[in-house]
Design a protein around this ligand. Structure first.
Ligand code: PLP
Length: 229
């Protein structure tokens, strides 16, 4: 495993324990980036010549691969962003105001990363909506019963991590989505810590939006994904 990461040749003495924050980069990724810029570089979806068509095709193939990786119904449900934070801010700022109005409720857990917390807190403030933060248990895991009980007919958005970065617990998204959908709310899932560890199926879990980052799963920094059903 170590041999696949040039980082460990530069730091043979290190055991790297911060992959949940950001992964080291395998040679295969570094080669792919280098190869693209040396051999293939052209403007995706904008150039009317063979190289541009080829890069566009390669780019769209990745969208298809990501759709398969997440169990999405179609590649049209996948867009590329700068990371989880960017994806979640995009949902909160572009889609959020369409469904969250005065008197609405947004529900998040007390174990959300700031990137799945502050955009919703700010949206609630702007729209004069109620912002409900559900409790975590003394061991840092999410209190699922309290989360389910917090969802009301006024709820428009339930924003939760699939795996939290607080205690590493995995939330029962399908159960949460069933309750949210019953009151007409959408479920926004922060998958930043989940995609590296779980076989994700956005349709089976009932996610309306799902976000993750490249840099936590051996990809480059500055690329992310947003799935929207
Ligand atoms: N959500 C969770 C659960 C995280 O652990 C992190 C990063 O640590 C993020 C979101 C933010 O990811 P990024 O900085 O790649 O946008």
């Amino acid at each position: 495993m170590r041999e696949q990461f040039p980082f460990f040749k530069a730091h043979p003495e290190l055991v790297y324990l911060d992959t949940a924050a950001t992964s080291q980069k395998p040679q295969v990724l570094l080669d792919a980036i280098q190869n693209y810029y040396v051999n293939d570089n052209a403007n995706v979806h904008r150039g009317l010549y063979k190289l541009a068509y080829d890069t566009t095709e390669a780019y769209e193939n990745v969208r298809q691969q990501v759709a398969g990786f997440l169990g999405a119904a179609s590649a049209d449900e996948i867009i590329f962003t700068r990371g989880t934070t960017d994806s979640l801010n995009l949902v909160a700022s572009a889609y959020g105001p369409q469904v969250v109005t005065a008197g609405s409720q947004i529900v998040v857990t007390g174990a959300e990363h700031h990137s799945n917390f502050i955009p919703w807190q700010q949206l609630a403030k702007r729209q004069q909506a109620t912002f409900t933060v559900t409790p975590v248990k003394p061991d840092g895991t999410v209190d699922i019963a309290a989360l389910l009980a917090a969802i009301t007919p006024q709820t428009k958005v339930v924003a939760v991590a699939q795996v939290t970065n607080v205690a590493g617990d995995t939330l029962p998204i399908a159960k949460i989505a069933a309750k949210a959908h019953a009151v007409g709310a959408v479920v926004v899932v922060d998958g930043a810590q989940a995609v590296a560890h779980l076989a994700v199926d956005v349709q089976a879990m009932g996610a309306d939006f799902y976000a993750f980052s490249g840099h936590k799963i051996y990809g480059p920094t500055g690329i992310g994904v947003l799935y929207g059903r």
